[in-house]
Design a protein around this ligand. Structure first.
Ligand SMILES: *Cc1c(COP(=O)(O)O)cnc(C)c1O
Length: 344
């Protein structure tokens, strides 16, 4: 039985050509700033994002945690969208490392400048935690891979900066947002002080994220990365995978998005609740009403037939398309999922 793994876009395996690029990469000790592949990747991503400098880090979680440490002080409040990765998927790191608390704005991950203003708390107040940062996730994972509308991004970041705060972009899937919106990466990143993008999601690399922003912030980020234990040595082996992926371009993500729509369309016929308007990229999230089996049952039934998806909540399932699943595999997976949902 061939396995069709839709649990995450992180499950991709590096292709033979990517491995060859990694094996051939020129490397050096990155702690001395001497790894040519890391340096090339950082320069390339900084240019793509329109930022002064960039820093290669081992994971998206570390990128987010460094971003928080750069832009907040302990006791500050950070405004985020509902169910943000930084609050739900980082093992409490934000409280543990940066000592910040969160205020949630809006619904389903998206929010507006008005929502931000409603959550904002001024500095210097005797009881309020000061809002010093707004964090936007684009695309928004738990919001179903939805692209954050850029007009709202611009208005929110401007409001935060007008009030003396900063703006951070969790752009683990910013490449998906660029392909889906037709906007380039620099445009998507422009309103933010600091931005992160992941290599290990849609681009299909084995590891790594890149943080980007002002040169002075990235110099501070080097020390924060060291404190987190994320300073590596001949990490050009990993950076080379990113350079290889960027050389291929990321237009292939359009196929992932089409495959997600294909799965979503099939799921919509089953009685599961799915908002097709949110299926803009490579993530399909659907909810199972009481008349249908629970998520764990659907996940187990699909797994018996070789289709792996994630239970996101007791009645919520996520399927994610990626480089290693074809349109034909997604069509087959959609049928198997539909049958898993339908069978009483
Ligand atoms: C995956 C992801 C991250 C973190 O990535 P890791 O490399 O797994 O630590 C951060 N933000 C979002 C939105 C993600 O989907």
């Amino acid at each position: 039985m061939t396995r069709i793994d839709l649990r995450s876009d992180t499950v991709t395996l590096p292709s033979p050509a990517m491995r060859a690029a990694m094996a051939a990469a020129p490397v050096g000790d990155d702690q001395y700033g001497e790894d040519p592949s890391v340096n090339a990747l950082q320069e390339r991503i900084a240019a793509l994002l329109g930022k002064e400098a960039a820093l290669f880090v081992p994971s998206g979680t570390m990128a987010n945690q460094i971003g928080l440490q750069l832009l907040t002080r302990p006791g500050d409040e950070v405004v985020v969208g509902a169910e943000a990765h930084i609050t739900w998927h980082e093992a409490g790191a934000s409280a543990f490392n940066a000592g910040v608390q969160f205020a949630v704005a809006g619904q389903s991950g998206l929010f507006t400048a008005e929502d931000f203003e409603a959550a904002f708390k001024p500095d210097g107040h005797v009881v309020f935690p000061p809002t010093t940062l707004v964090c936007i996730e684009n695309t928004h994972n738990r919001g179903g891979g939805v692209v954050f509308p850029q007009a709202d991004v611009a208005a929110i970041c401007a409001a935060a900066q007008r009030r003396g705060g900063h703006a951070y972009l969790d752009g683990a899937r910013l490449f998906n947002a660029a392909v889906a919106s037709g906007l380039d990466l620099a445009t998507l990143a422009a309103p933010f002080d600091v931005v992160s993008v992941a290599l290990s999601k849609g681009l299909g690399c084995p590891a790594g994220s890149v943080l980007a922003g002002r040169r002075a912030d990235m110099l501070r980020a080097v020390r924060a990365r060291r404190r987190f234990g994320g300073a590596m040595r001949q990490s050009g082996i990993l950076a080379a995978a990113g350079l290889y992926a960027l050389d291929q371009g990321f237009g292939h993500l359009a196929s992932d998005h089409a495959n997600a729509r294909l799965i979503a369309g099939r799921i919509a016929q089953t009685g599961a609740a799915i908002d097709l308007a949110t299926v803009q990229t490579n993530i399909v999230i659907f909810r199972l009403p009481a008349s249908l089996p629970e998520a764990a049952t659907v996940v187990a039934r699909a797994a018996e037939r070789g289709v792996l998806v994630s239970a996101f909540a007791p009645r919520t399932v996520r399927a994610t398309t990626h480089l290693d699943v074809s349109a034909a595999a997604c069509a087959r997976a959609a049928d198997i999922l539909a049958e898993a949902i339908a069978a009483g």
